[in-house]
Design a protein around this ligand. Sequence first.
Ligand SMILES: Nc1nc2c(ncn2[C@@H]2O[C@H](COP(=O)(O)OP(=O)(O)OP(=O)(O)O)[C@@H](O)[C@H]2O)c(=O)[nH]1
Length: 382
Amino acid sequence: MSFFSKFKNLFKGQEQEEQNLDDAKIIEPATLDAEETLEEPAAPAAQPVPESSPVAAEEVKDAVSAGVSQGSIEQAQDYHQKMSKSRSGILSAFGDLMSRFQTVDEEYFEELEDILIMADVGVTTVTELTDELRREVQRSGVSDPRALNEVIVNKLYDIYNESISGSRELNMQHGQPTVILMIGVNGAGKTTTIGKLAEQFKSQGKKVLLAAGDTFRAGAIDQLAVWAQRANVDIVLGTEGGDPSAVMFDAMQKAKNGNYDVVLCDTAGRLQNKTNLMNELAKIRRIIDREYPGAPHETLLVVDATTGQNGLSQARAFTEVAPISGVVLTKLDGTAKGGIVLAIGKELGIPVKYIGLGEKITDLEPFRIENYLYGLFAEMFE
Ligand SMILES: Nc1nc2c(ncn2[C@@H]2O[C@H](COP(=O)(O)OP(=O)(O)OP(=O)(O)O)[C@@H](O)[C@H]2O)c(=O)[nH]1
């Protein structure tokens, strides 16, 4: 069974449960007003909650064994709700395609390519996808475009998974602080993301320290200090125009003496001057590594999803100045072109580790390709 069928079945299983609970609620005795009735209220007709159908239960078991848990249902629903801009763009284009093509032909493939490229899925991914679809159509003889929808989603899932190398989880340390270096151009959402991550770690009971290493942009230090306050975590402040490596040194000392679990390091995002940035990041990494050999344990590149292909070329340029272990894609709630996740996976081979789905401190989700594809395409299969 494909990942999507399994995923879909889990939702079917959940809907069935909710329906069962609703059915049971309708006949709850609490809904009768005993005060106003002279007669004894009828014996409560509460019935046991009916069991889910054995088929649904079996399918849910399948989905769970495919790694889809209750937690991921909630996450997927969150993705679904907050990615509505991207989804409505893609779904209306697909709807239009379905209404105009009764059979799959070359023109259908060309239009499909256009839709996906417009959604920022990226030319390489789109070409690989449609080449495979053409082969699939030849092999299976499928001619109804509707029958291809699920195949498309499954292939996007496979292409992403095959492109990514490296761990998709954060490389968390035990017995020493996990040092995370955040890089990315100004305005991508770096500061906000550091605040959101701090909040998440804090809510997991971890002791968190921020290092305000963007000493270049006026106001960056103050802005990070505001997030530290919001998340109620400690911060090492630099001085505007000062040496960011000095901030990192102080932060590493404080982390050691204060038994911190996580240090989140902000950096300046001056991509315009690649050599300077490369030297600055190399120096920062050296200082951190000297205090904690092997650190930083993560270097996360923050990319603004609304910048589309521009964001992708920015990301590519950053891979030339520092080794990147993961991408945080921000503002996925604010774009109608959410396909950029797939382009980044395919073109850079770096896992997207988090996505930003809003401006609030809680609007950051660990990235899961299943949830993302559900968020984008779910209604296509209803
Ligand atoms: N809708 C939405 N807005 C976001 C998200 N992440 C960040 N933002 C907004 O993007 C804007 C820029 O975010 P910052 O965190 O200031 O960006 P930055 O990369 O730190 O920029 P510099 O401080 O200039 O380096 C702010 O208005 C944030 O509220 C997100 O996931 N969704």
